[in-house]
Design a protein around this ligand. Structure first.
Ligand SMILES: Nc1ncnc2c1ncn2[C@@H]1O[C@H](COP(=O)(O)OP(=O)(O)OP(=O)(O)O)[C@@H](O)[C@H]1O
Length: 304
């Protein structure tokens, strides 16, 4: 469904250039539900905005289905956003109108895109558990309920890809669980491909695959050990611990065979600009040049 190769995004302001994505590689299979994690400023939202057609990539390859996002014209981009992709933000005020009812909020984008379908709008609100509240004005709904309206709106154009940027960022744990259940159902029953950007490790541990972004590049991937186990309770830690309970961690190799070694390992081994690499037929060992020369000295002193 999604294929990014060596994706680069440079933001140019008056006097500075920020390279937000530095050759990022990622692919997402059709029907997958996955999460992207990473520190603040690592490029997660930039990636999501590019995939959502809200921002243009600077270089590389970005394909979503049959669309080539680097080469699309402005007209094609409008059509792409209308037909293929749905978007959910943490701050749902951006796409909701407070003085309209929940139902009217869902119907409005349908009208704008010429696909008005009241029965479907009602069905979507039922899907997100708001059957009884669809006549209420947005301002009469709680933050979590408003977020569920936002999910219904994002599905109004029947997208095959749903992008969610911190969708549970401003709701309590119970609502967050409910939103994840809705995503899981959409994914399983409608086959919607879902990509979630999150800081929340407990939430990330509920999806089958998590890709970590560091400094504008993909660094590590976590794959669920047993994808059939949905309801693992990963706890609520804020570091990577909950991930390790249910996921196996892999280092990502790009097309040129490059891999990113976690900073903590490099620091522990005092590796900075270069390392020695050795293959023993089974494993590849990476050592700091210092430890290698210390070993050689030891061998030589033992010899003689
Ligand atoms: N419109 C912009 N103009 C200039 N720089 C930008 C713009 N948008 C993002 N950046 C920069 O690009 C880098 C990546 O930002 P991005 O918002 O993608 O990170 P993030 O991982 O989503 O962070 P957070 O978790 O804090 O939302 C940051 O250094 C940011 O300052």
């Amino acid at each position: 469904m999604i294929s990014c190769e060596e994706l680069v995004k440079i933001y140019k302001t008056d006097d500075i250039e920020v390279v937000a994505l530095k050759g990022l590689n990622i692919s997402v299979a059709p029907g997958e539900m996955m999460a992207i994690i990473g520190n603040s400023g690592s490029g997660k939202s930039t990636l999501l905005n590019i995939l959502g057609g809200l921002d243009r990539p600077s270089a590389g390859v970005v394909r979503v289905g049959d669309w080539n996002l680097l080469k699309m014209t402005d007209e094609e981009l409008v059509e792409y956003k209308r037909s293929t992709v749905g978007f959910i933000w943490q701050n749902n005020a951006r796409n909701l109108v407070p003085f309209l009812s929940a139902l009217e909020n869902v119907e409005m984008p349908m009208m704008l895109s010429g696909q008005y379908d009241r029965a479907y709008a009602k069905q979507l609100l039922e899907w997100v558990g708001l059957k009884e509240r669809m006549g209420n004005k947005l301002q009469q709904l709680s933050g979590g309920e408003q977020q569920r309206v936002a999910i219904a709106i994002s599905l109004a154009n029947k997208p095959s890809l749903l992008l969610a940027d911190e969708p549970t960022g401003s709701v309590d744990t119970q609502t967050s669980d409910r939103i994840m259940d809705i995503f899981r159902r959409l994914n399983r029953e409608l086959g919607v491909t879902i990509v979630i950007v999150t800081h929340d490790m407990a939430l990330a541990s509920k999806v089958d695959r998590v890709v970590a972004i560091r400094d504008g590049m993909t660094s590590t991937e976590f794959i669920k050990r047993n994808p059939n186990l949905d309801d693992s309770d990963p706890g609520s830690g804020t570091d990577l611990e909950p991930m390790h309970d249910v996921h196996e961690e892999y280092v990502v190799l790009d097309k040129a065979g490059r891999l990113q070694i976690p900073k903590a390992y490099l620091q522990a081994l005092q590796i900075d600009s270069k390392a020695s690499m050795e293959f023993d037929g089974e494993k590849i060992m990476i050592r700091s040049p210092k430890s290698l020369s210390a070993m050689q000295e030891k061998v030589e002193s033992e010899r003689g």
